[in-house]
Design a binder for this molecule. Structure first.
Ligand code: ZN
Length: 264
Protein backbone atom coordinates (compact mmCIF):
# COMPACT_ATOMS: atom_id res chain seq x y z
CA UNK A 1 0.00 0.00 0.00
CA UNK A 2 1.51 3.32 -0.92
CA UNK A 3 1.17 6.48 1.04
CA UNK A 4 -1.43 7.99 -1.31
CA UNK A 5 -4.11 5.46 -0.41
CA UNK A 6 -3.67 5.70 3.32
CA UNK A 7 -6.27 8.07 4.70
CA UNK A 8 -4.84 10.64 7.08
CA UNK A 9 -7.68 9.99 9.45
CA UNK A 10 -9.62 6.78 8.83
CA UNK A 11 -12.51 8.04 11.00
CA UNK A 12 -12.92 11.35 9.20
CA UNK A 13 -15.41 10.07 6.64
CA UNK A 14 -17.51 8.27 9.24
CA UNK A 15 -17.55 11.26 11.53
CA UNK A 16 -18.61 13.55 8.71
CA UNK A 17 -21.37 11.20 7.63
CA UNK A 18 -22.65 10.80 11.17
CA UNK A 19 -22.61 14.54 11.78
CA UNK A 20 -24.61 15.12 8.61
CA UNK A 21 -27.19 12.52 9.55
CA UNK A 22 -27.53 14.04 13.03
CA UNK A 23 -28.02 17.51 11.58
CA UNK A 24 -30.53 16.06 9.16
CA UNK A 25 -32.97 15.42 11.95
CA UNK A 26 -32.16 18.59 13.84
CA UNK A 27 -30.53 16.83 16.75
CA UNK A 28 -26.83 17.62 16.36
CA UNK A 29 -26.55 18.42 20.06
CA UNK A 30 -28.41 15.29 21.15
CA UNK A 31 -26.98 11.92 22.00
CA UNK A 32 -26.47 9.86 18.87
CA UNK A 33 -28.43 6.96 20.35
CA UNK A 34 -31.58 9.11 20.50
CA UNK A 35 -31.56 9.70 16.76
CA UNK A 36 -32.34 6.70 14.59
CA UNK A 37 -32.97 6.39 10.88
CA UNK A 38 -36.16 4.58 9.90
CA UNK A 39 -35.88 3.17 6.40
CA UNK A 40 -39.60 2.70 5.82
CA UNK A 41 -40.29 6.31 6.76
CA UNK A 42 -37.21 7.52 4.91
CA UNK A 43 -36.26 9.86 7.74
CA UNK A 44 -34.56 10.04 11.11
CA UNK A 45 -36.49 10.01 14.35
CA UNK A 46 -35.41 11.77 17.51
CA UNK A 47 -36.71 9.85 20.51
CA UNK A 48 -35.44 10.07 24.07
CA UNK A 49 -37.76 7.45 25.54
CA UNK A 50 -37.59 3.75 24.75
CA UNK A 51 -40.57 1.91 23.32
CA UNK A 52 -40.71 -0.01 26.61
CA UNK A 53 -41.01 3.26 28.53
CA UNK A 54 -43.73 4.53 26.19
CA UNK A 55 -45.58 1.23 26.60
CA UNK A 56 -45.33 1.64 30.37
CA UNK A 57 -46.72 5.18 30.21
CA UNK A 58 -49.47 3.97 27.89
CA UNK A 59 -50.38 1.08 30.14
CA UNK A 60 -50.79 3.46 33.04
CA UNK A 61 -52.88 5.87 30.92
CA UNK A 62 -55.02 2.98 29.67
CA UNK A 63 -55.68 1.80 33.24
CA UNK A 64 -56.79 5.32 34.22
CA UNK A 65 -59.04 5.63 31.17
CA UNK A 66 -60.80 2.38 31.92
CA UNK A 67 -61.46 3.57 35.48
CA UNK A 68 -62.62 7.05 34.49
CA UNK A 69 -64.71 6.22 31.43
CA UNK A 70 -67.51 3.76 30.93
CA UNK A 71 -66.41 0.70 28.98
CA UNK A 72 -69.34 -0.74 27.04
CA UNK A 73 -69.99 -4.43 26.38
CA UNK A 74 -72.87 -3.67 23.98
CA UNK A 75 -72.32 -6.18 21.15
CA UNK A 76 -73.71 -3.64 18.66
CA UNK A 77 -70.40 -1.79 19.06
CA UNK A 78 -67.97 -4.31 20.50
CA UNK A 79 -68.61 -6.99 17.87
CA UNK A 80 -67.85 -4.58 15.02
CA UNK A 81 -64.58 -3.36 16.49
CA UNK A 82 -63.41 -6.82 17.54
CA UNK A 83 -64.19 -8.16 14.07
CA UNK A 84 -61.95 -5.58 12.42
CA UNK A 85 -59.11 -5.40 14.98
CA UNK A 86 -57.46 -8.82 14.43
CA UNK A 87 -57.37 -8.23 10.66
CA UNK A 88 -55.76 -4.81 10.95
CA UNK A 89 -53.29 -5.92 13.64
CA UNK A 90 -52.23 -8.93 11.57
CA UNK A 91 -51.94 -6.79 8.42
CA UNK A 92 -49.66 -4.40 10.33
CA UNK A 93 -47.33 -7.23 11.30
CA UNK A 94 -48.61 -7.59 14.87
CA UNK A 95 -50.10 -10.40 16.90
CA UNK A 96 -53.79 -9.83 17.79
CA UNK A 97 -53.43 -11.80 21.03
CA UNK A 98 -51.03 -9.12 22.29
CA UNK A 99 -53.54 -6.29 21.78
CA UNK A 100 -56.52 -5.22 23.90
CA UNK A 101 -59.51 -3.56 22.25
CA UNK A 102 -62.22 -1.65 24.16
CA UNK A 103 -65.20 0.53 23.29
CA UNK A 104 -65.99 3.50 25.54
CA UNK A 105 -69.62 4.62 25.94
CA UNK A 106 -69.39 8.28 24.93
CA UNK A 107 -70.88 10.51 22.26
CA UNK A 108 -67.37 11.85 21.53
CA UNK A 109 -66.08 11.31 18.02
CA UNK A 110 -62.84 9.71 19.09
CA UNK A 111 -60.59 6.71 18.64
CA UNK A 112 -56.97 6.00 19.51
CA UNK A 113 -54.29 3.33 19.75
CA UNK A 114 -51.57 3.24 22.40
CA UNK A 115 -48.04 1.83 22.45
CA UNK A 116 -47.97 -1.59 24.04
CA UNK A 117 -51.04 -2.70 22.10
CA UNK A 118 -54.24 -0.92 23.19
CA UNK A 119 -57.05 0.26 20.91
CA UNK A 120 -59.93 2.43 22.11
CA UNK A 121 -62.99 3.46 20.11
CA UNK A 122 -65.85 5.66 21.31
CA UNK A 123 -69.48 4.77 20.55
CA UNK A 124 -69.91 8.27 19.07
CA UNK A 125 -67.45 7.73 16.25
CA UNK A 126 -68.80 4.22 15.57
CA UNK A 127 -72.28 5.69 15.20
CA UNK A 128 -71.17 7.71 12.17
CA UNK A 129 -69.20 4.88 10.53
CA UNK A 130 -71.09 3.30 7.63
CA UNK A 131 -69.21 0.01 7.45
CA UNK A 132 -66.30 -2.10 8.73
CA UNK A 133 -63.96 -0.56 6.14
CA UNK A 134 -64.36 2.87 7.79
CA UNK A 135 -63.54 1.35 11.18
CA UNK A 136 -60.52 -0.29 9.50
CA UNK A 137 -59.45 3.08 8.05
CA UNK A 138 -59.32 4.78 11.46
CA UNK A 139 -57.87 1.74 13.20
CA UNK A 140 -55.18 1.31 10.55
CA UNK A 141 -54.27 4.98 10.87
CA UNK A 142 -54.05 4.79 14.68
CA UNK A 143 -52.07 1.52 14.67
CA UNK A 144 -49.63 3.12 12.20
CA UNK A 145 -49.07 6.01 14.66
CA UNK A 146 -48.10 3.34 17.21
CA UNK A 147 -45.95 1.22 14.90
CA UNK A 148 -43.90 4.23 13.80
CA UNK A 149 -43.54 5.49 17.39
CA UNK A 150 -45.10 8.89 16.70
CA UNK A 151 -46.09 9.33 20.33
CA UNK A 152 -42.48 8.72 21.43
CA UNK A 153 -41.31 11.40 19.00
CA UNK A 154 -44.05 13.80 19.97
CA UNK A 155 -43.40 13.32 23.67
CA UNK A 156 -39.65 13.82 23.16
CA UNK A 157 -40.28 17.03 21.22
CA UNK A 158 -42.59 18.36 23.91
CA UNK A 159 -40.62 17.75 27.04
CA UNK A 160 -37.01 17.55 25.88
CA UNK A 161 -34.46 14.90 26.67
CA UNK A 162 -33.78 15.12 30.40
CA UNK A 163 -37.43 15.58 31.37
CA UNK A 164 -38.58 12.83 29.01
CA UNK A 165 -36.30 10.30 30.56
CA UNK A 166 -37.09 11.10 34.18
CA UNK A 167 -40.81 11.58 33.55
CA UNK A 168 -40.98 8.25 31.78
CA UNK A 169 -40.13 6.66 35.08
CA UNK A 170 -42.90 8.52 36.93
CA UNK A 171 -46.54 7.50 36.92
CA UNK A 172 -49.12 9.22 34.78
CA UNK A 173 -52.22 10.59 36.43
CA UNK A 174 -50.44 12.60 39.09
CA UNK A 175 -51.73 15.77 37.44
CA UNK A 176 -48.20 16.98 36.74
CA UNK A 177 -47.47 18.90 33.57
CA UNK A 178 -45.23 16.13 32.25
CA UNK A 179 -47.91 13.57 33.07
CA UNK A 180 -50.41 15.65 31.10
CA UNK A 181 -47.99 15.98 28.20
CA UNK A 182 -47.42 12.24 28.21
CA UNK A 183 -51.19 11.68 28.00
CA UNK A 184 -51.44 14.25 25.21
CA UNK A 185 -48.51 12.72 23.33
CA UNK A 186 -50.22 9.36 23.55
CA UNK A 187 -53.33 10.85 21.96
CA UNK A 188 -55.54 10.82 25.04
CA UNK A 189 -54.95 14.43 26.09
CA UNK A 190 -58.60 15.49 26.11
CA UNK A 191 -59.01 13.66 29.41
CA UNK A 192 -56.50 15.98 31.07
CA UNK A 193 -57.38 19.08 29.06
CA UNK A 194 -54.33 19.12 26.78
CA UNK A 195 -54.88 18.80 23.05
CA UNK A 196 -51.77 18.02 21.07
CA UNK A 197 -52.30 17.56 17.34
CA UNK A 198 -50.01 15.15 15.53
CA UNK A 199 -47.74 16.99 13.11
CA UNK A 200 -48.61 17.10 9.43
CA UNK A 201 -45.73 14.69 8.81
CA UNK A 202 -47.07 12.17 11.33
CA UNK A 203 -50.59 12.41 9.93
CA UNK A 204 -49.47 11.76 6.37
CA UNK A 205 -47.32 8.81 7.48
CA UNK A 206 -50.19 7.31 9.50
CA UNK A 207 -52.51 7.76 6.51
CA UNK A 208 -50.06 6.11 4.13
CA UNK A 209 -49.30 3.04 6.25
CA UNK A 210 -52.85 2.82 7.64
CA UNK A 211 -54.15 2.58 4.07
CA UNK A 212 -51.72 -0.24 3.36
CA UNK A 213 -52.91 -2.14 6.44
CA UNK A 214 -56.60 -1.84 5.56
CA UNK A 215 -55.95 -2.80 1.96
CA UNK A 216 -53.87 -5.82 3.03
CA UNK A 217 -56.68 -6.79 5.42
CA UNK A 218 -59.11 -6.87 2.48
CA UNK A 219 -61.00 -3.58 2.98
CA UNK A 220 -61.76 -0.98 0.31
CA UNK A 221 -59.27 1.89 0.93
CA UNK A 222 -61.65 4.38 -0.74
CA UNK A 223 -63.71 4.18 2.44
CA UNK A 224 -60.88 6.07 4.19
CA UNK A 225 -61.57 9.12 2.03
CA UNK A 226 -65.33 8.79 2.50
CA UNK A 227 -64.86 8.66 6.24
CA UNK A 228 -62.54 11.70 6.50
CA UNK A 229 -64.92 13.71 4.31
CA UNK A 230 -67.75 12.71 6.57
CA UNK A 231 -65.74 13.81 9.63
CA UNK A 232 -65.11 17.21 8.03
CA UNK A 233 -68.83 17.63 7.54
CA UNK A 234 -69.32 17.26 11.33
CA UNK A 235 -67.91 20.74 12.00
CA UNK A 236 -70.91 22.23 13.73
CA UNK A 237 -69.90 24.39 16.68
CA UNK A 238 -66.51 23.36 18.00
CA UNK A 239 -64.90 20.52 16.05
CA UNK A 240 -64.63 17.16 17.86
CA UNK A 241 -61.31 16.28 19.47
CA UNK A 242 -60.48 13.70 16.85
CA UNK A 243 -60.94 16.25 14.07
CA UNK A 244 -58.95 18.97 15.83
CA UNK A 245 -56.04 16.58 16.32
CA UNK A 246 -56.53 14.97 12.87
CA UNK A 247 -57.45 17.80 10.49
CA UNK A 248 -58.94 16.36 7.30
CA UNK A 249 -57.99 19.04 4.85
CA UNK A 250 -57.65 19.01 1.07
CA UNK A 251 -53.91 18.20 1.16
CA UNK A 252 -54.59 15.16 3.24
CA UNK A 253 -57.41 13.91 1.03
CA UNK A 254 -55.21 14.46 -2.06
CA UNK A 255 -52.44 12.35 -0.53
CA UNK A 256 -54.90 9.57 0.30
CA UNK A 257 -56.01 9.58 -3.34
CA UNK A 258 -52.40 9.35 -4.54
CA UNK A 259 -51.60 6.53 -2.11
CA UNK A 260 -54.71 4.57 -3.10
CA UNK A 261 -53.63 4.80 -6.74
CA UNK A 262 -50.28 3.23 -5.76
CA UNK A 263 -51.83 0.23 -3.98
CA UNK A 264 -51.68 -3.03 -5.85
ZN1 ZN B 1 -53.49 10.64 13.22
Amino acid sequence: MDRETLPANPFAAITRRKTLSLMGCGCAAAAATACTYNEELGRSQLVFVSSGQMAQLASSAWGDLKKQQKVTTDPKYVDRVRRVAPKIITASGGNPSEWEVQVFASKDLNAFALPGGKIGFYTGILDIMDNDAQIAAVMGHEVAHVNYNHSGERYSQQVGSSVAISAAQAAIGTGSRTGQLAMAALGVGAQVGVLLPFSRKHELEADKFGLRYMHRAGYDPNEAIRFWQKMSAQKSGSPPEFLSTHPADATRIAQLEREIALLK
